[in-house]
Design a protein around this ligand. Structure first.
Ligand code: C2E
Ligand code: CA
Ligand code: CA
Length: 301
């Protein structure tokens, strides 16, 4: 039942974790299992119940191992960056690279970001990891600029999580990474996903505007998957849309994918935004993208 608190109507809900006892378990085990199940109930939307099962326990342990291991990995140089080229469809030249982080685990070998980024995003670990990625990306690109002065300078794309956009030290970090590496800010491009824009509002707008004022490029990652209102494209200071690879994989003549990509490219052009197609794997996809006027591509091809 709702109740009154200092003249306000308050409703409290409850999340319940249920664990069944066995003869060989201790009371502590039982409580811990119930607790684990309760956190699952909360994570799955709150105000509900969940029964404990062993898979939950295994996930908690795996997660704990990643969390503690990752903290150490950042300090001991176990993270590495792989660079995926972003290529012009007009002259086939490389225009820049996207920095993609991997964890070179001493026992498990290279671990893909999908396995540890979501866990890092639940705590301040993503701030520490993001800071390392940013510094290393800027350092590497500045080094390449110095090493190859005769070629057109390349841009480095760095992924930012929504939690980083809320970090009060972010601007300071970015300034420091640029100053330390000597990279010209116009060659740094920051990627944020459409869905991370949904979570943040005024604060994000302020941060994005400040980054833009520093002459940094801003790109929307995984465009088309965030279910957001398109009005933000006018309000937020973005330079480029990156079309999500799910649309590119459906690119063949007469398919829905083709119509969607065509619409996105046309919309971007009329809003004076750049477009990068992600996840280009085949010559056919590249050929279609060229025909649609998409000027930049990225992918296994
Ligand atoms: P993303 O930003 O959308 O990055 C593109 C992902 O697609 C990369 O996976 C890349 O290897 C993969 N990919 C590239 N070309 C192709 C292709 O032609 N076909 C297919 N099937 N896949 C392709 P990866 O490296 O596993 O990264 C996954 C996600 O992890 C990234 O998605 C990004 O959201 C996140 N991530 C990676 N590095 C960082 C980082 O430094 N910071 C943050 N916050 N997130 C990162
Ligand atoms: Ca990205
Ligand atoms: Ca993407």
């Amino acid at each position: 039942e709702p109740f009154y608190l200092e003249g306000r109507h308050v409703s409290a809900s409850a999340s319940i974790g249920i664990a069944l006892g066995s003869t060989d378990g201790t009371p502590e085990d039982l409580l811990r299992n119930a607790d684990t199940a309760m956190y699952h109930a909360k994570a799955n939307g709150k105000a509900r119940f969940e029964f404990f099962n062993d898979a939950m326990r295994e996930r908690v342990v795996a997660r704990f191992e990643i969390e503690t291991g990752l903290r150490k990995a950042i300090d001991t140089q176990q993270l590495v960056l792989h660079y995926q080229p972003i290529v012009s469809t007009i002259d086939d030249h490389i225009c820049g690279f996207e920095a993609l982080v991997r964890w070179n685990h001493p026992e498990r070998g290279l671990i893909a970001p999908g396995e540890f980024i979501p866990i890092a995003e639940e705590s301040d670990l993503i701030i520490l990891l993001g800071r390392w990625v940013l510094h290393e990306s800027c350092r590497q690109m500045a080094e390449w600029h110095k090493k190859f002065p005769s070629i057109r300078p390349l841009t480095i794309n760095v992924n930012f999580s929504s939690r980083q956009l809320k970090d009060p030290r972010l601007l300071e970090d970015v300034q420091f990474a640029l100053a330390e590496s000597g990279l010209n800010p116009e060659f740094l491009s920051i990627e944020v996903t459409e869905s991370s824009l949904l979570e943040n509002t005024e604060q994000t707008l302020t941060i994005l505007n400040r980054l833009k004022a520093m002459n940094i490029r801003l790109e929307i990652d995984d465009f088309g998957t965030g279910y957001s209102s398109l009005s933000y494209l006018r309000r937020l200071p973005f330079d480029t849309l990156k079309i999500d690879r799910s649309f590119i994989s459906e690119l063949s003549a007469g398919s829905d994918g083709l119509d969607i990509v065509k619409a996105i490219v046309e919309m971007a052009h009329s809003l004076r935004l750049g477009v990068i197609a992600e996840g280009v794997e085949t010559d056919e996809q590249l050929c279609q993208l060229r025909k649609l006027g998409c000027k930049h591509v990225q992918g296994f091809l």
